[in-house]
Design a protein around this ligand. Sequence first.
Ligand SMILES: C[S@@+](CC[C@H](N)C(=O)[O-])C[C@H]1O[C@@H](n2cnc3c(N)ncnc32)[C@H](O)[C@@H]1O
Length: 274
Amino acid sequence: MEHGLAWSPDDIDIERPSVARMYDYFLGGSHNFASDRELAKRAQAVFPDAPHVVRANRLFLGRAVAALCALGVDQFLDLGSGIPTVGNVHEVVAAHRPGARTVYVDSDPVAFAHASALLEDTERVTVVHADLRNPEAVLRDAVAVGGLDLSLPVAVLLVSVLPFIPEEDDPARIVAAYRDATVPGSYLAISHGTNDYRPKQVGEVETVYAKTTQPGVFRSKAEVERFFDGYELLEPGLVDIIHWRPEPEALQADPLGGDVARYSLIAGVGRRQA
Ligand SMILES: C[S@@+](CC[C@H](N)C(=O)[O-])C[C@H]1O[C@@H](n2cnc3c(N)ncnc32)[C@H](O)[C@@H]1O
């Protein structure tokens, strides 16, 4: 029996796989249940590179946050932050810009419970249990509980989470609501699975993910680019994730031989314009 664990709220349906816990499994974490592992293995059967892809995603997150710290960002709003794992945003922030604030937001009960327990006593880090599709409520909590000051620049992170916001929820409107709540000079970081390279294969992944609590979709680069409306993309733009300011040695040692189609994941960081 896997319930009764400190990180697992008793009122969740552990038979229903969750995106957050499958992602944790792919990253080698232990905050997942048999149903998550089973479905993750099915996703991996159609997309064998999945563990490499999620690792590349985490590495991008680290590089983007470090770059934003270097640009002087003092506030991070990490939407769909996931189950805490190696290289969490607040750890990168602590290493590069101690004193900056991080607010984690996730709708997954396990992600929230584990993050809350882990970060209870960590200064300048707050965990909010909320659905990012409700920007007004998220921002209210981020200010009231997390101490964000919206009169100063904020980096909004949407790293591998927009795939879980289907078109009927109007993701562009949601992203724009966060943009409009932040001042010019704020930033937006996005990574997103793309269907540009292997439409058939990623379509099969979508079919597997339809069985989770948060079905996911891949999008084209053009579709992802529109989320940056009102932002100026930093160099090198919206690109294949392994090409966003890579560490030179990482590119040489790329586990997928630098084959961007095997990643099918793109990323970019934009600066909010006046
Ligand atoms: C693939 S994980 C990415 C985690 C982290 N951002 C990263 O890149 O390492 C997606 C996360 O988004 C969360 N999520 C999905 N839809 C959400 C929503 N509507 N509101 C808040 N969180 C959401 C999931 O619970 C999960 O933890």
